[in-house]
Design a protein around this ligand. Sequence first.
Ligand SMILES: [Fe+2]
Ligand SMILES: [Fe+2]
Length: 310
Amino acid sequence: MLKESREPAMTEAVAPNPKYRYEPKPVDEIVVRAFNFDFPDDLDPKWAKNSVVRSHMFNGFSLTMPYLEPYLIQSTRQALPLIKDERLQEDIRGFCGQEGRHYVCHRRLNELIKKNGYPELVEIEQRMERSYARLQTRSLETQLAYNAGFETMTAGFTRWMTTKRWALWGGNCPWISSFWVMHMVEETEHKTVAYDTYMACSGRYLRRAIGVLHGSFHVLGYGLIAMREALRKDGLWGQPGTMLELAREMGALLWNVGPSLLRAMRPGHNPRCDEDPQWQKDWVKAHKHLAPDAPVPLLDTSDPDMPVPF
Ligand SMILES: [Fe+2]
Ligand SMILES: [Fe+2]
């Protein structure tokens, strides 16, 4: 875990951007929901029935979250004294509330993945802990650009996970599928916050464009390193069939997520420009009718339509 006692970033290098003006966001509010998936104790880390590579790839991305998301919260909170607009302050509270619930749940999943076959992943967790500690010594502007960059990538993941839900999750573990989809639904709900925080504190284009690459490839890189480690453990790394499957899964990742990175790197980009997927909007609307303490119903991964589960 990141240490609370770490030296704060160089906030003096950042000043409020006098040109920043808050614009209304596409959602009415950023709702902090219960995010409490009850994974079975004997959860199979190879949960994607037709692709061990996909299982380990998403498990690898999950492994990064208890390091990435606490860092996102801490760095965003450091910017709060520079934020004058009360609406953005409120958005930041929602953002931190959602991210805080995400990583706690990812940590529970990651413990199960390690316990149920892959204890070697702890070494990659230690590397990530050191890497995020180093990132926290960089300037606040660099950190906020990283945050804005990473968060733009999630738009591509949400579109991929909701519009191609059958291709990704069909027939697969309903806990993992529902968990990832709900995470990305909430990522899209708070998609404006890291961008707005950066724009309110800096707004410089080049830093933000570099942040898209920095934030995205740092997280993807560690996720893929963890995937390789798990495939090695299985004795599959380097096998022709595995490498073909890897090429297919990486192709799908680049095809579905790459365009949002390219769009985010354009001057003048604002996450508000991207229309949210209808399924994501339907999920958010339907969730309002769920009782506050009710567990989130799981997706029916045997139904090719995979409707919103409320
Ligand atoms: Fe998150
Ligand atoms: Fe996020």
